[in-house]
Design a protein around this ligand. Structure first.
Ligand code: ADP
Length: 657
């Protein structure tokens, strides 16, 4: 039959180059990847056969085989699973379907280019390790499955036949830019991947992958939990291999214990074993941050083994990003990404849930409505949140990692999950003016509150820096009152929904009236009143002048340095929140905001004096507009008519000179 040659997609080619000139120090993991693919293929076939009894496939002895040949220097990983059609091989193996992997290659290329650019300026190549370290980090981040075979092989061939189809496909490549595809007759059902190993003495061949002992060690270490038997194929007993161990007809040996880790007790399973299962499920090559176990007994039995990754995936905020919880029914794999098992704000959790009493035919739609699944979701959610709580109290460093990676997602739960809102509030932490680098919990904030302070203050904005420089912060800074600095998009939403913590209101320092002096201080209140009378005329006039832009002009007690700032109504939406609701397609009436003036500022004092002294106020109208524009700029906005604003500033400067 004809052999066709194809070019790898650009990203795939780059990934292959990376594998061939492998920088990944632990090359043994290629076997874990191939076994992991084989195991998935067996899961898929069993499920397909369960659902379709007309499927023409043999499922009587599903297993994985590893065969080595030291003469030919090959290693073959074989499964009798679902296999791939001709079209699938081209699509799945010739390209990088996984968007994460494509991104990985892009980042890697950028890292390489950056390091090459910096190297060009140096004499030696002492820094070469930098790019390699980065490459290693990136591989760990995405995992690269099938291609990892090229770390140890200079040629790979794959022979596969899709269950139910009669013709098979052979794929072959030296990893150098092209691959060939060929239709073949007589291929066995399933897939076999043959690695033509690099020469034994090549620098980067750490282990002899034709050694049965080595293979056994690697399988034990990385793939013991795989629920399908992984067998060796005994070497032929004809003495060709010359080892003299071929006298009796050797039996195939099963290398793994096949015990489902989630069904075993905690004492029986090592952390390493859990971590390997995590890597199998998540395709992340790094260790998870935390393992969560749950065994539920009673009328609806299930076992769960969940993992919190140590890094947020790239697609965490993309619509339709993958969830990582697999559903099993009595050890039979049912589906990946089972979204009914955890709420969306825990979408970063990976793992396995094995339920005893579900139908093998259960569909996603049914799961969404199932009462037992709902109970399960509630319990799993509580368990994960409790795990975060444990980290917070017992392991601050790991908690800090967790919160850095997943805090913003967890905060979505404050908005959506009424049942767990309090528990989530208790484990949440926030940047604060109290410390430059250590976030605080609400509890700690409350413990530090000053005498007489009744509310928990926050300010939301783009970045810590822009918030700290906001005029709204001035009085709080002067008085040493702590303010939470909220920079995640979801922050303004949850503070709105949550409203208070332990009876203390959550208050934006940019909303409503803030009077830190006058709280219960009669003398200060008297002084305010007097100021109010002095400025009454100016304030009324300015309110009129500024027209639609502003609802009211009033005196401020939150400013110490700036002349003016803009605040929202106590109940009004902030501009960021307005934008968000608009982006979600909701009608939002344009909120009118309040301009506050600092009565102790020379510019404001001067304006008041001029207002009182002059009959003709046309010039003053420009100053009023200017003051408004400055306040808009200070909160990170832009004046409605920038050109007009610039002209106003220029005119004023001219007059001042
Ligand atoms: P990943 O496993 O991360 O998806 P791989 O590059 O390892 O990436 O594999 C790509 C795809 O090729 C798999 O998702 C699967 O659909 C298919 N595949 C790989 N190995 C096998 C196999 N042994 N049997 C059937 N399909 C396979």
């Amino acid at each position: 039959m004809t052999t066709e040659t194809f070019e790898f997609q650009v990203e795939a080619r780059q990934l292959l180059q990376l594998m061939i000139h492998s920088v990944y120090s632990n090359k043994d993991v290629f076997l874990r990847e191939l076994v992991s693919n084989a195991s998935d293929a067996l899961d898929k076939l069993r499920l397909a056969a369960l659902r379709d009894d007309t499927l023409d496939a043999d499922v009587s002895d599903l297993h994985i085989e590893i065969e080595t040949d030291d003469g030919a220097r090959t290693l073959t990983v074989r499964d009798n699973g679902i296999g791939m059609s001709y079209e699938e091989v081209g699509r799945l193996i010739g390209t990088i379907a996984n968007s994460g992997t494509a991104q990985f290659v892009r980042e890697l290329r950028e890292a390489r280019e950056a390091s090459e650019a910096s190297e060009a300026g140096k004499a030696g190549k002492a820094d070469k390790g930098g790019a390699d370290d980065q490459a290693e980090g990136l591989i760990g981040q995405f995992g690269v499955g099938f291609y990892s075979g090229f770390m140890v092989a200079d040629e790979m061939t794959l022979l596969t036949r899709r269950a139910g189809e009669s013709q098979g496909t052979r794929w072959s490549s030296r990893g150098e830019g092209t691959y060939t595809l060929e239709r073949v007759d007589g291929a066995p059902q399933g897939t076999s991947v043959t690695l033509h190993l690099k020469p034994a003495d090549s620098d980067d061949q750490l282990h002899d992958y034709t050694s049965a002992w080595t293979i056994k060690e690697i399988v034990k270490r990385y793939s013991d939990f795989i629920t399908w038997p992984i067998r060796t194929v005994p070497k032929k007993a004809d003495g060709v291999d010359g080892t003299g161990d071929g006298d009796a007809a050797p039996e195939p040996e099963t290398l793994n214990s096949m015990k489902a880790l989630w069904a075993r007790s905690r004492e029986e399973v090592s952390d390493d074993e859990y971590h390997e299962l995590y890597k199998h499920i998540s395709h992340d090559w790094r260790e998870p941050l935390e393992t969560v176990r749950l065994q539920a007994e009673g009328t609806f039995e299930y076992q769960a083994l969940l993992f919190v990754p140590s890094h947020a995936p790239h697609d965490l905020y993309q619509q339709g990003s993958k969830r990582g919880v697999q559903l099993y029914v009595k050890r039979v794999f049912i589906m990946d990404d089972c979204e009914a098992l955890l709420p969306p704000y825990l979408r970063f959790v990976k793992g396995v849930v094995d339920a005893a009493d579900l139908s093998l035919n259960v569909s996603r739609e049914i799961l969404q409505q199932d009462r037992h699944i709902k109970m399960m979701q509630r319990r799993l959610t509580k368990k994960v949140v409790a795990t975060v709580k444990d980290l917070l109290t017992k392991d601050p460093d790991r908690y800090a990692t967790f919160w850095r990676e997943f805090g913003a997602v967890l905060k979505e739960g404050l908005v959506t999950d009424n049942d767990n809102r309090d528990a989530l509030l208790a484990v949440a932490s926030f940047a604060s003016t109290h410390s430059a680098d250590e976030p605080t919990t609400l509890q700690s904030y409350v413990e530090r509150m000053k005498d007489g302070q009744e509310d928990v203050y926050y300010l939301a904005g783009e970045s810590r820096e822009s918030i700290e420089n906001s005029p709204h912060m001035e009085a709080f800074r002067a008085k040493g009152i702590e303010v939470l600095l909220l920079t995640d998009a979801v922050d303004e939403v949850w503070v709105d929904v949550v409203g208070e913590f332990e009876g203390k209101r959550l208050r934006s320092v940019a909303k409503g009236e803030v009077d830190l002096d006058a709280q219960g201080d009669e003398e200060a209140e008297g002084a305010r009143e007097k100021q109010g009378e002095e400025y009454a005329g100016l304030l009324g006039w300015m309110t009129e002048q500024l027209g639609d832009d502003i609802k009211e002009v009033r005196l401020s007690s939150r400013l110490t340095v700036s002349p003016a700032c803009i605040v929202s109504d106590a109940n009004g939406l902030t501009p960021a929140l307005e934008n968000m609701y608009r982006a979600m397609g909701q009608e939002v009436p344009k909120a009118q905001r309040i301009l506050e003036l600092n009565p102790d500022h020379l510019l404001v004092k001067g304006l008041n004096q001029a207002y009182k002294d002059r009959e003709d106020r046309t010039e003053l109208a420009g100053t009023a507009e200017l003051l408004h524009g400055l306040a808009v700029l200070a909160e990170g906005g832009r004046p409605q008519e920038p050109a007009r604003f610039v002209k106003l500033v220029a005119d004023h400067l001219e007059r001042a000179l």
